[in-house]
Design a binder for this molecule. Structure first.
Ligand code: ADP
Ligand code: ADP
Length: 229
């Protein structure tokens, strides 16, 4: 299980507007760190830099001690799994949607991923199981079911690092609690970074970083932050 380090990262999308202002933090191997902060603080930018959609102006991002600028795109993608807020499913079978990120996934891999995402109760109710078409002309999935397919799609790659980018913020409260429980379980034996709006969705994190205007305003455990309020 690798660690993730942001070391004095300076970045902006446009030359004259700095978004991350010398950001440093560490996600120790196997821990679950959460980043919260107001809209526009730069949270999703952190995710984009991790995937190297952009590179920092200066500073470094390290995975397991290695600068990601020196790592191949293939191994970077193998190391990182993301569960985004709104996952796009294809008008295809559930099995296809799960295996999508890994062309060589076997049926056993797909089943293990579905199990990890707590998707089997749904699959077992469907006469065609994993072969069920979903989407416009097929089975309509609820928001929570869609998120479980997205989680299974991520798990099928068995990534050592998990990035949760507002992974439950589009769901109603009850569904959110169910999905959070699943995410907590799948995060447990991985290094994970949860990007979140609300403190209630990251109660299980080892540490919370509060990002404000591209800088860390404070950090601590859930309890420590509540006490300081
Ligand atoms: P958060 O996830 O905390 O809401 P973001 O990281 O998405 O914040 O955005 C941080 C800032 O960067 C915002 O002010 C946003 O408008 C700006 N921004 C995001 N993406 C782009 C882009 N592609 N081009 C220019 N500015 C952007
Ligand atoms: P692979 O790279 O093997 O296809 P992934 O599902 O991990 O498997 O791919 C990452 C994908 O997730 C990218 O194609 C990208 O479009 C999407 N992605 C990456 N970062 C974000 C993000 N912050 N929010 C939403 N989607 C993202």
């Amino acid at each position: 299980r690798p660690s993730v380090v942001f070391d004095n990262v300076l970045f902006g999308y446009e030359k004259d507007r700095t978004i991350l202002k010398g950001l440093s933090f560490e996600v120790p191997a196997g821990q679950n760190i959460a980043i919260v902060g107001p809209s526009g603080a730069g949270k999703s930018t952190i995710a984009r830099l991790l995937f190297r959609f952009y590179d920092p102006w200066s500073g470094r991002i390290l995975i397991d001690g290695q600068d990601i600028a020196q790592v191949t795109q293939t191994s970077l993608r193998a190391a990182l799994g993301i569960v985004p807020q709104d996952s796009v499913l294809f008008n295809e079978t559930i099995g296809y949607n799960i295996a999508y990120g890994r062309g060589d996934a076997t049926q056993a891999d797909v089943e293990a991923a579905a199990k990890g995402a707590a998707l089997m109760p749904l699959i077992e109710r469907l006469p065609q199981g994993f072969q069920t078409e979903v989407g416009e002309r097929g089975l309509k999935l609820s928001g929570g079911e869609k998120q479980r397919v997205a989680i299974a799609r991520t798990l099928v790659k068995n990534p050592p690092i998990l990035l949760l980018d507002e992974a439950t913020s589009a769901l109603d409260t009850r569904t959110e609690q169910d999905i959070l429980a699943t995410l907590h379980r799948v995060s447990e034996d991985r290094t994970s970074l949860s990007i979140a709006h609300r403190l209630s969705t990251i109660a299980d994190s080892d540490k919370i970083l509060v990002l404000q205007d591209g800088q860390l305003a404070e950090s601590g455990s859930h309890l420590e932050l509540l006490r300081r309020d």
